[in-house]
Design a binder for this molecule. Structure first.
Ligand code: RIB
Ligand code: CA
Length: 317
């Protein structure tokens, strides 16, 4: 049975690929957008463009938060361009955005439908607001599977990953909500790279949607190469989706994750602590650390992740 998900995202090139993955391998009940890679207006237009290009317009798309809970908004035009989905020319969407706010659509859907997983691929602002708007969500949601954080280094600072860094207060609310959290961080997503060889394979898949994905990967990879000299863009958000599609692709370990809110050098860091499960119960609490509040990704089969994306792209028209 395909996992039932609400995809909260900030398209963004890798978000777009995750939507394509989810559109064929998960039961997507709704797509909600949040300011992140670009403004919420732009990422909402991009989400509508993607669902239209992929023939997924039966999925409602609702616009969400324009700013983080506390901090000023930050975007990533240096990676995703001025539109947030630069590269391929996609026509302005004809599909209307849902008439409800993203937070209301998340709450209504999760209160109506059973066994819902929130697949969060951008800053966690909408997720935190939904948990505050309807506290019963913490008993209704199966889990929150989020692309964000890292057990090692960040990508916007040495310590912080973009999604957490943009809205650390929202991330703190999510990790302390009591909802089961599955964290897919940079320590695994940066291992799944859209190398030139893989980009050629995507284009060779030949479907219209595969060619669109190849065009997205070309722009995204050129930006990453320009910024960091790397061979291609990392498939951050598709890895988080893949973990729900085929649990054998990503290995997780129970850890306590705390979000740093105050550090001058470490604000937005996900402080991942696995001591509790590695030490005997009689070890003094101060040395044992806090009990786990998340399953944290620690390994990924990059080749099989990419093969899954390629298979799915071949299934689209
Ligand atoms: O740090 C990578 C994450 O930030 C991805 O979700 C990417 O789309 C951006 O939102
Ligand atoms: Ca994203």
């Amino acid at each position: 049975m395909a996992r039932r998900v609400i995809v909260d995202c900030d398209p963004g090139h890798d978000d777009a690929l995750a939507i394509l993955l989810a559109g064929r391998r998960l039961e997507v009940l709704a797509i909600t957008t949040v300011a992140g890679n670009q403004t919420v207006e732009k990422v909402t237009t991009n989400a509508l463009k993607v669902v239209e290009a992929a023939g997924l317009t039966a999925i409602p798309v609702a616009r969400g938060a324009a700013t983080p809970l506390v901090r000023p908004p930050r975007h990533a035009p240096e990676v995703h361009g001025e539109t947030g989905l630069d590269g391929p020319e996609l026509p302005p969407p004809r599909t209307p955005v849902a008439d409800r706010h993203a937070v209301d659509l998340i709450v209504e859907t999760a209160m109506r439908e059973d066994d819902v997983t929130l697949l969060a691929l951008g800053p966690l602002t909408n997720v935190a607001l939904a948990l505050r708007r309807e506290p019963r969500l913490s008993q209704r949601l199966r889990e929150i599977c989020l692309m964000g954080g890292s057990t090692t280094r960040g990508n916007v600072t040495p310590a912080a990953e973009f999604n957490i860094s943009v809205d650390p207060e929202a991330a703190h609310a999510v990790f302390t909500s009591g909802v089961p959290v599955r964290m897919v961080g940079l320590n695994v997503t940066q291992q799944v790279v859209a190398t030139p060889e893989r980009r050629r394979a995507v284009r060779a898949a030949g479907t219209r949607v595969a060619v669109l994905a190849a065009d997205l990967l070309e722009f995204y990879s050129a930006a990453i190469h320009r910024l960091y000299g790397l061979p291609g863009g990392a498939l951050h958000d598709p890895v988080a989706a893949a973990a729900l599609i085929d649990p054998s692709l990503v290995r997780f370990a129970p850890m306590h994750v705390a979000v740093e809110l105050h550090g001058e050098h470490t604000a937005g860091m996900t402080v991942c602590d696995d001591r509790y499960t590695r030490t005997a119960p009689d070890v003094p609490a101060a040395r044992r650390g806090a009990p786990p509040n998340a399953e944290v990704a620690v390994a990924v089969d990059a080749d099989r992740c990419f093969d899954l994306l390629l298979d799915v792209l071949r299934e689209y028209p």
